[in-house]
Design a protein around this ligand. Structure first.
Ligand SMILES: [Zn+2]
Length: 205
């Protein structure tokens, strides 16, 4: 007695019977970055193939990475060359975040989506389930340029007033308290003390 169908054969038939989106969804994994350092540069060796895999415009991914990593870079063939040394795990986290922000449908999880612009709003449209959501880019404000240092002077705009009447300015993740500064004014502020995300300064001019 012979078996009519072997296991592989049956499995293939089941796979063929699945709708395209389900197969796609099952296979999808966030691409892994291949990062090497050359001198003072960081190179993503498989940049273009990553953008192909997630079906997004390389320039869109490029601009996002520049903004999120706070660096400059150039696309050279398949590779993206970044100025400065960036750790591979940080690059991977940014790619992961790009995918969850700009690629994956938040309703069904499918990567089979496209970006559409309506006026100034960017929308993520899912081809699998039809869901539409506005893209909400989460910008990491904790970049080096936005770290306050005690003793340094910054140009700040007072945008609010505290209960005690101190002027309040925002800088990156910091709330800066400036006694005597008025709302709406732009002032030079010397930072006197920093406590976690709160900073205290005085007007110097
Ligand atoms: Zn969907």
């Amino acid at each position: 007695m012979t078996e009519l169908y072997d296991y592989e054969f049956l499995l293939n038939r089941v796979r063929e019977a699945l709708p395209e989106t389900v197969k796609h969804h099952e296979r999808f994994e966030i691409p892994k970055v291949e990062v090497i350092h050359e001198g003072k540069n960081t190179i993503i060796r498989n940049f273009l193939s990553i953008t192909k895999k997630i079906n997004r415009d390389p320039m869109h991914v490029y601009k996002y990475l520049m903004r999120e990593l706070g660096t400059a870079g150039t696309i050279q063939g398949e590779r993206l060359v970044l100025k400065g040394r960036v750790s591979p795990s940080l690059v991977q986290r940014r790619i992961d975040r790009y995918v969850s922000t700009y690629v994956l449908c938040s309703e069904c999880g499918s990567p089979d989506t496209e970006l559409r612009k309506e006026g100034r709003v960017e929308l993520l449209v899912c081809k699998a389930c039809g869901a539409i959501r506005p893209v909400q880019a989460k910008i990491d404000v904790r970049t080096a340029s936005e770290t306050l240092k005690e003793g340094r002077t910054y140009d700040l705009e007072i945008t609010d007033v505290s209960r005690d009447g101190d002027g309040i300015a925002k800088y990156g993740n910091y709330v800066v308290y400036v006694p005597g500064a008025r709302k709406g004014h732009k002032v030079k502020v010397k930072i006197i003390k920093i406590k976690k995300n709160a900073a205290f300064g005085e007007v110097v001019s």
